[in-house]
Design a protein around this ligand. Structure first.
Ligand code: ZN
Length: 464
């Protein structure tokens, strides 16, 4: 048991001052007023850690490699070609080096948990991994997944691993392409992989699993239904994530094949509930928005990736006005910074609607505070984790902000998260605690130097 004193802290029910937190086994067990003896003091303002609801870790290594234009002919689909070529080179060892560098970067920027949408399952030739990774010599379905668990453990970030079910290259059970061979599993093989990952999650701290049917173009109803049943037999509340309507072409293909829009089809064919997270529900109409909200499912929005890939803009203002919930993700890792995600989330709405301060709420007038709190709570829902807010019974996942930096912009708590999200020019986070353990102190992670050297070395050997 340890006690920490906070001069200034954002609790679940709002700002508070002069509080002592008791933390036992990674969980906040008491919050009392005043300062007791033998207490460690937080060196700044305390806010809840952010949850990253959508990550493809390996993509961090080629962020920036796909920005060379070719006469206005580039799109999501040309980017995907570059991505497939890039991933075809990666071993489990490479994947761990990339993921641990990424997760250290995430922690330093304020993400304390990540949902890893993990589809790079097999070895370079497409067969199950038969590598010497971790001194194991036999084929193992979960070798690549284990590289992700190891990276999370090394960095100290909380992990929700979502093995991806991927079977086809397009609607109507089109055969997978050569570039997709590392993603493909039969349904029974996939369920075995999920069971293996579940076992791993029992061995690694602060981790859990769910599944991710990749998209309606890559999975059919039968396989998705079997996979959902299987993961629920292991954990009835396991998160289920899916890429749903990222591109207009995907919507058109879905209409051609199913005569329904993607979200419409999903609502009509799967029993959605609060464990479902719809990633990139970008192209969506009002009826579909209402359907998601009625089902209690959540949407996962990745503003910087969606901008970078030219996907489109999720109708966040309308969706929140109807009562919808959301989480944020860094997806392709073109940005690894929750502040930039939230800034873009609001700015895209301002640019579209030619209005200001759109994503405040009736209870919280500060756009920055409302977005931080709502996306952290949404992230907790999307990962089925006991995180997302600071209150008794919640995991101690928190960030300490440098008051000297924010004092240059904000003179009251009311403006603090607005100043961090809209006006800060550098990282204001000094210390990061995950599950009651310090993982970043004075802006430093204990493994950052070694990790960066390994990562930079690896990058010199990879080609886009
Ligand atoms: Zn994605």
């Amino acid at each position: 048991m340890k006690k920490y004193y906070a001069k200034n802290i954002l609790l679940n029910d709002g700002w508070a001052t002069d509080k002592t937190l008791t933390i036992e086994d990674g969980v906040i067990t008491a919050i009392t007023s005043g300062k007791v003896n033998e207490v460690e003091e937080f060196q700044g303002t305390v806010i809840p850690g952010m949850i990253n609801c959508h990550s493809h870790a390996f993509q961090r290594a080629f962020a920036g490699f796909s920005e060379q234009g070719s006469e206005g002919k580039d799109s999501f689909w040309t980017w995907r070609k570059i991505m497939y070529k890039f991933l075809s080179q990666l071993t489990p060892e490479d994947t761990q080096i990339i993921a641990q560098q990424l997760y250290i970067e995430m922690l330093k920027m304020g993400y304390t948990r990540v949902a890893e949408f993990h589809y790079l399952h097999h070895d370079i030739n497409g067969s199950s991994c038969n590598s010497t990774y971790n001194n194991q010599s036999q084929e193992k379905l979960a070798t690549m997944a284990q590289a992700i668990f190891n990276a999370a453990q090394y960095s100290g970030i909380g992990l929700t691993l979502l093995p991806v079910l991927y079977q086809y290259s397009g609607f109507g059970q089109q055969a997978p392409t050569d570039g997709q061979k590392r993603f493909i599993n039969s349904t029974s093989q996939f369920n075995q992989l999920v069971s293996d990952c579940y076992e791993l999650s029992q061995q690694y701290q602060n981790s859990n699993i769910g599944i991710a049917p990749h998209s309606l173009r890559a999975v059919d109803k039968e396989a998705m239904t079997i996979a959902v049943e299987h993961v629920r037999s292991l954990d009835p509340k396991a998160p289920i994530h899916i890429h749903i309507a990222e591109q207009q072409q995907e919507v058109n293909d879905c209409l051609n094949h199913y005569a329904k829009r993607p979200v419409e089809w999903l609502l009509d064919n799967m029993q959605l509930d609060e464990s479902w997270c719809l990633i990139h529900a970008t192209h969506i109409n009002k009826k579909e928005q209402q359907g998601i909200i009625a089902s209690k499912a959540i949407t996962g929005i990745c503003p910087t990736t969606e901008a970078n890939l030219g996907d489109g803009i999720f109708p966040t203002t309308d969706f929140l006005a109807l009562g919808g919930s959301f989480a944020i993700g860094s997806d392709s890792h073109i940005s690894v910074n929750p502040i930039e995600e939230l800034r873009w989330l609001e700015y895209a709405q301002r640019l579209t609607k030619q209005q200001r301060a759109l994503l405040a709420s009736a209870n919280v007038a500060s756009v920055g505070q409302n977005l931080w709190q709502e996306s952290a709570l949404g992230g907790a829902q999307s990962t089925n984790s006991n995180t997302g807010a600071l209150s008794i019974g919640k995991q101690a996942d928190l960030l300490v902000i440098d008051d000297k930096k924010t004092a240059l912009f904000a003179n009251k708590n009311q403006y603090l998260l607005d100043s961090i999200i809209f006006a800060s020019q550098s990282n204001t986070i000094t210390d990061v605690m995950v599950n009651g353990n310090w993982v970043v102190l004075n802006g430093q992670h204990q493994h950052e130097k070694v990790s960066a050297e390994k990562f930079a070395q690896l990058l010199t050997t990879l080609s886009a």
